[in-house]
Write a protein that binds this ligand. Structure first.
Ligand code: MG
Length: 218
């Protein structure tokens, strides 16, 4: 690729594009069993990866897409700066993608509600008898820890010559962020970056991310 490298912007969904952890709240609400909290706790403490956690959680769920969607849309609150960031990417023709270890169905719906149609990489749900199957089309077979391997997407875009900006807040971002050219972080991700000496911009709203990126040459 000749000339300056194009930018690509990768944004986590739960806790980042949405201020709320919609996937977490969904499982808290519908995984009608206290063993979900044991699984979640194991995940947060690094004892299981998200893929194993989902495999365990799906046994606790009944497939009810309409109720799930209504619940998820009710709980989603897009960051008020999301439109500024997405608008900037559109004007500059920078690819903007949502990378999520949550569930695809509510992400597309929540974005569409605000008028955005964007590429999304996330886990998928389907019926399995009266229960649920959680599919992980973007897992990395060489690792298999997370449902969605965000690091793999950073790697692919870098290989294609993109200057990759990563925006996130949580556990599912820990592998991906250090591999990006530029990181915007809050929450657990910011703590990890600080502890490990990964350079990052701390942010509280995506409007700040848009501000910094708008000063960037193409
Ligand atoms: Mg998150």
């Amino acid at each position: 690729m000749s000339g300056p490298r194009r930018h690509a912007v990768l944004v986590d969904f739960d806790g980042t594009a949405s201020l709320t952890d919609v996937g977490g709240e969904l499982l808290d609400h519908f995984a009608a069993d206290t063993s979900w909290h044991v699984i979640d706790n194991d995940y947060v403490n690094g004892r299981v990866g998200s893929r194993a956690a989902y495999r365990l959680a799906q046994g606790l769920l009944r497939h009810d897409p309409a109720q799930w969607l209504a619940f998820a849309l009710e709980r989603t609150r897009l960051d008020p700066g999301f439109a500024a960031l997405a608008g900037l990417c559109r004007r500059r023709q920078w690819p903007l993608e949502i990378l999520s270890d949550g569930l695809e169905f509510y992400i597309h719906a929540a974005l569409r509600r605000e008028g955005w149609v964007l590429p999304v990489r996330a886990n998928r749900t389907g019926a399995n008898g009266s229960g649920v199957a959680i599919h992980t089309p973007y897992m990395n077979p060489l690792c298999g820890r997370c449902g969605t391997c965000k690091a793999e997407r950073v790697r692919e875009l870098r290989e294609r010559g993109f200057q990759v900006t990563y925006v996130g807040d949580g556990y599912s971002d820990l592998c991906a962020a250090p591999r990006a050219h530029r990181v915007f972080a809050k929450g657990v991700l910011a703590e990890h970056c600080a502890e490990r000496g990964v350079e990052y911009h701390r942010f509280t709203t995506l409007a700040q991310v848009a501000d910094v990126l708008s000063g960037t040459a193409d």
